[in-house]
Design a protein around this ligand. Structure first.
Ligand code: OGA
Ligand code: NI
Length: 336
């Protein structure tokens, strides 16, 4: 039963299917005062490159401010997502998809076959760029009416920011700025709108269970309600993003390409009892049937042997969706 129907029934306790085997909040309060790195994108380029390189090594997570994406564009996208979720269930179900594999746009409540269900529903848009292309227009919901325009403007802006960040990440690895993008041949861009409704017993559930993102790099915005946590040195740290900041995290493909120099960060989202949280994740990824992803030869030498098998992104996603996406379990499958 979807979360919103449970809430409409006025439940005061969470059904079995949503209850985590180990209470998620216990033992996770440590380190809450630590803040993930904040990087100002108007600093001199050398400073940005160094700050990003450090954040990638230490955290796999950071937030950017003064990033050049207009707040009005972000707000328009958050509103479009909210308006989608506010549509009658019957309308949303027109977009229902059981498996968010590449090339599928879909509304759903779960993305794998795990026995415990996350406290969320989501809309996945598999193709976001270029926004004016017919393929993207087709993959975009036509309800609510302003969704297409808002998402086109948002994706255009996020695409520019994503590419800029990939150039900094490349340089931070000691490579040419266009090295990562060139190796992908074509930069794919998809998007996930998450809704986390209030939960009567938030301490028993996860809004989104622990995972690493399978793609190269992800950008995230939310509506200001906290919930996201990142695992750092064994402790779950709540991300308190600054107003207007965009949260950036490294995915598994970047860990592979960097030969483990940069780690994909394990993260999750907690539920809360008061407010609905919306988040929008933009995923930058290799084309599904594109080039094999492997450590850059420049980063592999006698002392640092290649740690990963070469893998095609479509095959990687198949492991991701089959493995229930828990913790770092996916990338270990392609470790040598
Ligand atoms: C994701 C994700 C975190 C959040 O969609 O991959 O990690 O805070 N979202 O919603
Ligand atoms: Ni994620």
């Amino acid at each position: 039963i979807p979360v919103e129907n449970l809430l409409a029934q006025g439940i005061t306790s969470v059904p079995e299917a949503y209850i985590q085997p180990h209470p998620p909040i216990y033992g996770s309060q440590r380190g809450n005062s630590t803040q993930i790195p904040v990087i100002d994108l108007t600093l001199p380029e050398e400073e940005i490159t160094d700050a990003i390189a450090r954040a990638c090594k230490d955290w796999g997570f950071f937030q950017v401010i003064s990033h050049g994406v207009a707040q009005e564009i972000v707000d328009g996208m958050l509103q479009a997502a909210k308006d989608f979720f506010d549509l009658p269930m019957a309308v949303r179900m027109k977009y229902f998809s059981a498996t968010p594999i590449p090339k599928t746009t879909g509304y759903s409540v779960r993305f794998d076959n795990s026995s415990v269900v996350d406290w969320r529903d989501f809309l996945f848009q598999s193709l976001c760029y270029p926004p004016c292309s017919d393929a993207v227009k087709e993959s975009c919901p036509s309800d609510p009416p302003h969704y297409r325009d808002s998402s086109a403007r948002y994706c255009e802006a996020m695409h520019d920011l994503g590419r800029k960040l990939l150039r900094y990440v490349s340089r931070g690895l000691g490579l040419e700025s266009n090295r990562i993008e060139q190796s992908l041949e074509e930069l794919h861009h998809s998007m996930l709108m998450n809704r986390y409704l209030p939960c009567p017993q938030p301490e028993l559930v996860l809004a989104l269970r622990s995972h690493t993102d399978p793609n190269v790099i992800s950008l995230l915005v939310d509506n200001g309600v906290p919930g996201l946590q990142v695992l750092k040195d064994g402790a779950w740290i709540t991300v308190h993003s600054l107003p207007g900041a965009i949260v950036v995290n490294m995915g598994d493909q970047l860990e592979i390409m960097s030969n483990g120099k940069y780690k994909s960060a394990e993260h999750r989202a907690l539920a809360n009892s008061d407010s609905t949280r919306y988040s929008i994740a933009s995923f930058f990824e290799p084309p599904p049937a594109g080039p094999l992803i492997a450590p850059f030869p420049e980063l592999v030498n006698a002392q640092e042997e290649s740690q990963f098998q070469a893998v095609c992104y479509r095959d990687y996603l198949a492991i991701f969706f089959a493995k229930q996406a828990s913790g770092k379990s996916v990338i270990t499958q392609v470790k040598k």
